[in-house]
Design a protein around this ligand. Structure first.
Ligand code: NOJ
Length: 767
């Protein structure tokens, strides 16, 4: 009976909520040749100071502690090419008028901001969107975000963040697509397409691929810390999504903060010139991360500001973000003959080209009358709700606890995130970034539950307020004060309230995890434990004997070892965005069957990090009885593997076959696998293909993802998924010859639902 209801409601909702990426595409603007010709002609008219001005990105907002006067005078002199951190439309237009009307050559300013996962309507955080394993989700979200941004005067976004994150302690894991280069590359391409369209044009927003490169390998997962990554690991893992984004036409790159193999990324000639320009033939421009040029001195790399400017330019860094180091020092360096003006020409040209392609010279101003109506489009919220539910991952569902019945009378909702409007959207929201916000009216999980069950009786036990829960953490962006732990007395009162609410309810929904500001920039953690008294509250709820559902909001895997054994249902929602609460309710009550998969390996504890599935074999692999690479105190395997996620239905993968089981190194083979929905409700399966090269000139990962596809299947329906394995999938960067090679070898192949898939085939590659 229950299943029948579910089938019909899923079919109905399937029709209503059928996922669509229908967000109108951008019109294409000036073609690249024309933009190039115009930029060259303009460049010929520019004097030295004007060229240096284009390489200067000024802060449009005063930031406490970091200062910054209004850049009006400098703009009038042509000394500012771009302005960042400004979303006040009137101020954007005011500054643009100065640039266009007062500066000698009337070159418009490129306004830039971090539009990471939406403008007013916040989509799920990027780690969440990657969990959809559906690049069209990222593309649709970013296209929509780009339309909002462009209407509000933002021409350039510092997105996508494509850093591989193998260590969940690193807070910036939330901003990317997780640990895998193949999935990361797919999400990177989708975001480039979403913001820029086919070509950068008058409706596009220029992307900035960051943080180039190796930033996610920060030692100890501490943000900004040094990365030591050998070239083969850079090429085979860390650079892959960057290369994919460059190949997809990304207009700009951002150099990272940290030093890579002892050379700070913003002054790293190998990265910015040898790899990006020489190996990849990249024609766009590179901006530093904020203040990173000045920081070359802090790194102990540049002698002084002048030396920092010299090192930046020499490495191949076109634009200085916010530090003013270029604008103050380059003229002197040119006069001393340390930098040639022709060098500067090459750096300025792609910046001007981007401005032409974006149609800025024709239409430099924002239409202020249209901003609010664009930002408040209802269609954005509908899209967000679909994307959010599509990004959720069902981690556990014992005895079909989920979906919940809609005839529940009494629900106890517990946990500090249940009704937190600040956290449901995650960090890095445009309007929330500097403590603003308040215009998006986010739907919390509590509000979503009330919308879904207007007649149910819902009791709420939040526990200590987030400020008290998140011990010792100061929310940097909202500027909240230092926090104090709850007293023993307060704790026991909250536990008592939890127990009585649970005792009186049909079901307990615990909304727990991390505060949004505990992940993202400068927000690493040495422990993955649920902060505050959430664990105690969860245990008290389970002790009541009532069914408990844990809904997680978090920017990284957290320690849920206890929950994974005792809480019957766990749904990972990440930070699901503005409509997050409604989307959670859609999944909890079965309107949407969850199909998301983990883009990260879920560790038991921080001590296991970095933990990733695509590691090499040790000399004593894990499946041997003794002396294996393991800890005494935790299993070597993650709690949940990369690619994992449950559904309200079940799938069978079989009949794995190759069009050629043996082939030559230059050839490709087709891989096919059948997937059948063996349950009684419709659902999405994500077919995943992994390979392993058994021997060759280097040790290769035990498994690496080389294909995936998300498909919707009705009960009983079967589909054949087809993948290609050829040069792109089989090659690797050989550390011995320093080239990309496809080697004669035997390859294992697995296909199935996650990175532990058992269905196996072999491929032989000969000379
Ligand atoms: C610093 C961050 O590292 C980077 O990701 C961001 O884009 C810039 N600030 C600009 O806000």
């Amino acid at each position: 009976m229950r299943n029948f209801r579910l089938v019909t409601s899923l079919l109905l909702l399937g029709c209503l909520l059928a996922f669509t990426t229908h967000v109108p595409a951008q019109s294409s603007g000036m073609n690249a040749d024309e933009a190039h010709r115009k930029a060259e002609a303009l460049l010929k008219q520019m004097n030295l100071d004007e060229k240096i001005g284009q390489m200067n990105q000024a802060a449009g907002m005063m930031i406490p502690g970091l200062g910054g006067a209004k850049p009006d005078d400098l703009i009038a002199k042509g000394g500012v090419g771009s302005v960042l951190w400004l979303i006040d439309v009137k101020e954007i237009n005011r500054l643009q008028h100065i640039a266009v009307e007062k500066s000698r050559l009337h070159i418009p300013i490129l306004f830039a901001f971090d539009v990471i996962h939406g403008y007013r309507t916040a989509f799920p955080v990027p780690l969440g969107m990657a969990s959809s394993w559906d690049p069209s989700v990222e593309e649709a979200a970013q296209r929509y975000a780009g339309q909002d941004a462009r209407a509000a005067g933002i021409l350039w976004t510092f997105t996508p963040m494509v850093d591989i994150a193998r260590d969940a302690r690193w807070g910036r894991i939330v901003e990317g697509a997780g640990e895998d280069p193949y999935l990361g590359a797919a999400m990177a391409r989708a975001q480039v397409r979403g913001f820029q369209g086919e070509n950068v044009g008058p409706d596009s927003v220029l992307v900035c691929v960051k943080h180039f490169a190796g930033y996610g390998a920060a030692e100890g997962g501490r943000d900004y810390d040094s990365s030591y990554v050998p070239e083969e690991l850079m090429q085979n893992v860390y650079l892959k999504p960057f290369h994919a984004a460059a190949a997809a036409g990304a207009g700009s790159f951002m150099s990272a903060y940290m030093d890579l193999n002892d050379v700070p990324a913003s002054g790293n000639h190998w990265l910015l010139t040898n790899v990006l320009r020489d190996q990849w033939g990249y024609k766009g421009f590179v901006v530093s991360d904020a203040f990173a040029v000045a920081s070359l001195q802090v790194h102990g790399f540049a002698k002084d500001a002048e030396d920092a400017a010299l090192k930046g330019v020499t490495a191949g860094l076109n634009m200085d973000m916010a530090s003013g180091t270029y604008v103050k020092n380059i003229a002197k360096l040119v006069s001393e003959g340390k930098i040639k003006e022709t060098q500067l020409d090459a750096m300025v040209l792609p910046i001007l080209e981007a401005k032409y392609k974006l149609g800025l010279f024709e239409k430099p101003y924002v239409d202020e009358a249209k901003v609010e109506s664009t930002l408040n489009r209802q269609e954005g919220r509908e899209l967000e709700r679909k994307i959010a539910s599509r990004s959720m991952v069902l981690l556990r569902n014992e005895n079909q606890t989920l979906p919940l019945k809609k005839d529940l009378k009494k629900i106890a909702v517990i946990g500090p995130l249940a009704d937190s409007t600040h956290d449901i959207e995650g960090g890095w929201t445009v309007e929330g970034l500097f403590g603003g916000g308040g215009k998006s009216h986010p739907v919390t999980v509590l509000a979503g539950l009330k919308n879904a069950l207007p007649n149910a009786q819902i009791s709420v036990v939040p526990g200590p307020t987030p400020g008290k829960v998140f011990l010792g953490m100061v929310d940097q962006f909202s500027g909240s004060k230092a926090v104090t732990p709850p007293t023993a007395q307060e704790t026991s009162e909250w536990i008592a309230k939890t127990k009585s609410a649970a005792a009186d309810a049909d079901v307990v929904i615990a909304v727990m995890g991390e505060m949004a500001s505990m992940s993202s920039e400068a927000a690493s953690r040495a422990s993955m434990k649920l902060p505050g008294i959430q664990q105690e509250m969860l245990e008290a709820a389970v002790a009541s004997g009532k069914p408990v559902v844990l809904v997680l909001e978090n920017g990284r895997p957290v320690d849920i070892n206890w929950a994974a054994e005792h809480v019957p249902a766990i749904l990972e929602s990440w930070f699901p965005g503005t409509e997050g609460g409604n989307a959670v309710a859609d999944v909890l009550f079965g309107a949407v069957n969850p199909g998301g998969k983990l883009p990260v390996s879920w560790a038991h504890s921080a001590g296991e990090e970095p933990l990733y599935y695509n590691h090499n074999l040790t000399h004593e692999p894990e499946d041997r009885p003794n002396f294996t690479s393991r800890y005494w105190d935790v299993a070597s395997k993650p709690l949940y593997p990369f690619g994992y996620g449950l559904s309200y239905t079940s799938f069978k993968f079989d009949n794995l076959r190759l069009s050629k089981a043996s082939m030559k190194t230059g050839e490709a083979t087709e891989v096919q696998v059948d997937v059948t929905n063996t349950g009684s409700v419709a659902g999405d399966a994500v077919g995943q293909v992994y390979i392993h090269q058994r021997y060759g000139s280097a040790s290769r990962p035990v498994r690496q993802l080389e294909g995936f596809k998300r498909v919707a299947l009705k009960p009983g329906e079967k589909q054949t998924l087809t993948f290609t394995l050829g040069k792109d999938e089989l090659q690797f960067w050989d550390p011995q010859t320093k080239t990309w090679v496809v080697e004669p070898s035997t390859f294992d192949l697995w296909a199935g639902e996650d990175s532990t898939a058992k269905l196996h085939a072999e491929l032989t590659v000969t000379e």
